[in-house]
Design a protein around this ligand. Structure first.
Ligand code: PLP
Length: 202
């Protein structure tokens, strides 16, 4: 189980404290804000994960500064990240984001399309297909939370049988991580429960 500290809208000094307390993996949603923190914390051996929606004009910066991307949801973005990744940096670790509830306002590929996207990512030389990510609709009831995660876990098991590099099931946030862990999450993305309310203005 990996704990990803979601540090969007937190100051670099808060990340420094979190690292002193033992955290190594940090998740960011906004490229420009992340680039500032990555530069400010370059003296620390941190692992950076991009977890926000990806516009095409952001792929170059993401490919240059991050170790992981959890929010790849279409082939065009995967191909751009692959083309723009400097091979000297090693492969960029990728999770395909699934939109479980198929809410049109959310990013993520439909469950029905994720197999072909995973197949494409697995062929790209500068990417390494590591797993699946989802942000289910916010629910407060534990059993309902489990249902969405269960669907994702079943898809993950099926895909990992085909793609042996898949070892990461990125699911669970501050309000639903217990249900995610009960369904086999290997990585929880926790922001407010670690850092408190987000304060930094954009
Ligand atoms: C902000 C965010 C989180 C963390 O949410 P919290 O509720 O603060 O734990 C996790 N994953 C993604 C993709 C996010 O954008």
């Amino acid at each position: 189980m990996k704990l990803l500290a979601v540090s969007k809208q937190q100051h670099a000094e808060s990340l420094r404290c979190a690292h002193a307390a033992g955290l190594v993996d940090f998740g960011e949603n906004y490229l420009q804000e992340a680039e500032e923190k990555i530069a400010a914390l370059a003296d620390l051996p941190l692992i950076w994960h991009f977890i926000g929606p990806i516009q095409s004009n952001k792929t170059r910066g993401i490919a240059a500064h991050f170790d992981w991307v959890h929010s790849v949801d279409r082939e065009k973005i995967a191909r751009r990240l692959d083309e723009q990744r400097d091979p000297a940096l090693g492969r960029l670790n990728v999770c395909v984001q699934i939109n479980l509830s198929e809410e049109s306002t959310k990013s993520g590929t439909a469950l029905a399309d994720c197999r072909s996207l995973c197949a494409t990512v697995s062929t790209l030389p500068n990417l390494c297909l590591r797993g699946l990510m989802a942000i289910p609709a916010p629910l407060t009831d534990f059993d309902s939370q489990r249902q969405g995660f269960h669907q994702l876990a079943a898809e993950f098991t099926a895909l990992a049988a085909v793609h042996p590099t898949m070892d990461t099931l990125s699911m669970g946030m501050s309000n639903d991580y217990e249900a995610a862990i009960a369904e086999g999450s290997t990585l929880v993305r926790i922001g407010t429960a670690l850092f408190g309310a987000r304060s930094r203005s954009q």
